[in-house]
Design a protein around this ligand. Structure first.
Ligand code: HEM
Length: 218
């Protein structure tokens, strides 16, 4: 166990896994929100080309993440239904709206794909925390996109609208599921580490896109 996790767990004895996850990943979330491709999302002058690059990159990320999530769920008896939560189809719809060919997208680097493993229930919950949590900010983002670009569910904003008015219901159901691990310190540790790694994966892949000048969609 890493000492920072242990000290935070000692301090937070009795708190839920969700609270541990939120506290442990707060700085990752802030870092991500400052990223070039995300920071301007809620600003009126956010370039459309950034938005399209973001969707392309998210397509690669969610294909990887959902592939790993589904693989784990296929091999384990887990009381959590991810099939109704798939986000890849939302991204495909948006990319289709912009007439972006999925097959022509750059693939993720081997470093990125090797980075993430889901081998335990704790790791699953950590990855899901980030994947499901990403729908929360989407509620605010989709409203801004509707105002600035007139994007709608069937027109460019399917991913960020996500679960729409059911967002909090889906989130609370996930939190209830994650709380079933709250008494298991090993799985909690695995969840916190996996959540941190998943945030890092987003940051790393978004950085790669900017630095490798893949922002060519316009
Ligand atoms: C500019 C982009 C983003 C904005 C503006 C944003 C905004 C927000 C907001 C407002 C919340 C709180 C919602 C609430 O409590 O009702 C939230 C929560 C959250 N967001 Fe983001 N977000 C962004 C990007 C992301 C991304 C890319 C991820 C993951 C890859 C992410 C993961 C999370 C998580 C895990 C939570 C839940 C925190 C908790 O436990 O309370 N966010 N976000």
């Amino acid at each position: 166990m890493t000492s920072s996790f242990k000290s935070s767990q000692d301090k937070n004895k009795g708190l839920t896994l969700r609270t541990l996850l939120r506290d442990a990943t707060h700085h990752h979330h802030l870092q991500l929100n400052r990223h070039l491709l995300l920071a301007g999302l809620t600003q009126p002058n956010y370039p459309l080309s950034h938005y399209q690059t973001l969707l392309c990159t998210y397509y690669q990320l969610y294909a990887l993440l959902e592939g790993r999530i589904n693989l784990f769920l296929k091999g384990h008896l887990v009381a959590f239904n991810y099939s109704e939560r798939s986000k890849l189809s939302w991204l495909i719809k948006d990319l289709d709206f912009f007439q972006i060919d999925i097959l022509a997208l750059h693939t993720l680097s081997q470093t990125a794909t090797d980075f993430l493993k889901i081998e335990t229930i704790g790791q699953l919950v950590g990855v899901l925390y980030v994947v499901e949590g990403s729908t929360l900010g989407g509620q605010m983002i989709s409203q801004v996109l509707a105002k600035n670009y007139s994007f709608r569910h069937d027109a460019g904003s399917c991913f960020f609208i996500g679960y729409g008015e059911k967002t909090m219901t889906f989130w609370q159901q996930f939190i209830a599921f994650s709380d079933t691990l709250s008494g298991d310190k090993h799985e909690c540790q695995a969840a916190v580490e996996a959540a941190g790694q998943t945030f890092q994966l987003f940051n790393q892949v978004l950085d790669d896109v900017v630095h490798q000048n893949y922002m060519t969609v316009s």
